[in-house]
Ligand binder design. Sequence first.
Ligand code: NAP
Length: 287
Amino acid sequence: MVVLVTGSNGQLGQSLQFLAPRFPEIQFVFCTSSDLDITNKQNCEAVFAQIQPHYCINAAAYTAVDKAESEPEKAYKINVMGAKNLAEVCKAHRTILLHISTDFVFDGKKTTPYTETDIPNPTGVYGKTKLEGEIEIQKTLEQHYIIRTSWVYSQFGHNFMKTMLRLASERDRISVVNDQIGTPTHAVDLAECLVKIICHRELVEVQKPTNHDFGIYNFSNEGQCSWYDFARAIFSINDISIHLQPIPTSEFPTPAKRPAYSVLDKTKIKTVFGIDIKDWESRIRCQ
Ligand SMILES: NC(=O)c1ccc[n+]([C@@H]2O[C@H](COP(=O)([O-])OP(=O)(O)OC[C@H]3O[C@@H](n4cnc5c(N)ncnc54)[C@H](OP(=O)(O)O)[C@@H]3O)[C@@H](O)[C@H]2O)c1
C-alpha cells in the first residue's frame, strides 16, 4: 500500500516520518513543498502519475493564523486551491484523500464540544480558507476523510510548546490567556490516528466493500484546558520555575480573532475507527 504525504517537513509530516517505521506494511512517500507544490496542478499530476498512491495524506497547509490576515491570497492559494488540486488528482487516480482541517472553522460561541455536524462560522482568514478547502474537497471527491484537529504540538516544527520553552529561556515572566478553551493534540497521536484510519479502511474494504465511512471527523487529545493551563503543564513537566500570569484575551490582542471555545467531540472517530485517545495532560507528561 502506497501512502503519499504532502508537506512532509511540517509538524504533522515529521510526525508521520517518525511513526512510519512502525508500519512496514505501508510504503510511505514523503514529499516536501519543493518535491510537490500543492498549488501547482501540473506538479501534482506528475507526482501522482509517478507514485500512483492508494492514499494521500495532505499535511501541507498555510498555518500562520495571524499572518493570514495580511496575506489572504497566499493562504487561499495553499488552503483552498491546494486542497482542490489534490482532490482533483485524487479523483483521477482513485486515491483516497486524508485532509487535515481545524477547530478554527468554528466561531467558539458554543459551550459544549463541537460535533462534526455543527455549523462552521470561522472568524479569521485562516479558518475561512481551511473551511473553503474542506468544501472544495467535498464537492470534488467522494473518497475523502477530513480530520479537524486543534492546538497541535510536538517535538517537531513550530508550535505553542516550543514557543513557551523558548520564552522561558529568555524571560522570567510570561502572560498567557486563560479565557480560550480547547484541547492540545500531540502531532504524533494525530499521525497515528491517520494511519489507523487507513489500516481500518483496508480491513473494511475486504470485509464490507460498500461501507466507506468517508466524511468529516474530529480528532484531538481528550479533555480540555486554557492556553494558560497548557503553558503551566509544559513548565511543570520541564521543571521550569517561572512567573506565569493568566490574562484575558482582551489583554493580548492578535490580528486574527480566535474562538473562545473550540473543544472537539471525538465520539464519531472513536466509534467508527475504534481509536483510543489519550488525555492531553497525561500525553504531555509521557513525551
Ligand atoms: N498547528 C496547529 O496548531 C494546527 C491546529 C489545527 C489544525 N492544523 C492543521 O494541521 C495540518 C498540519 O499542520 P502542521 O502544524 O503540521 O503545519 P506546519 O508545521 O505549518 O506544516 C505545514 C507544511 O506545509 C508545507 N507547505 C506550505 N505550502 C505548501 C505548498 N504549496 N505545497 C506543499 N507543501 C506546502 C510547508 O512547507 P514549507 O515549510 O516548505 O513551506 C510545511 O512543511 C494543517 O492542515 C493545519 O491546518 C494545525
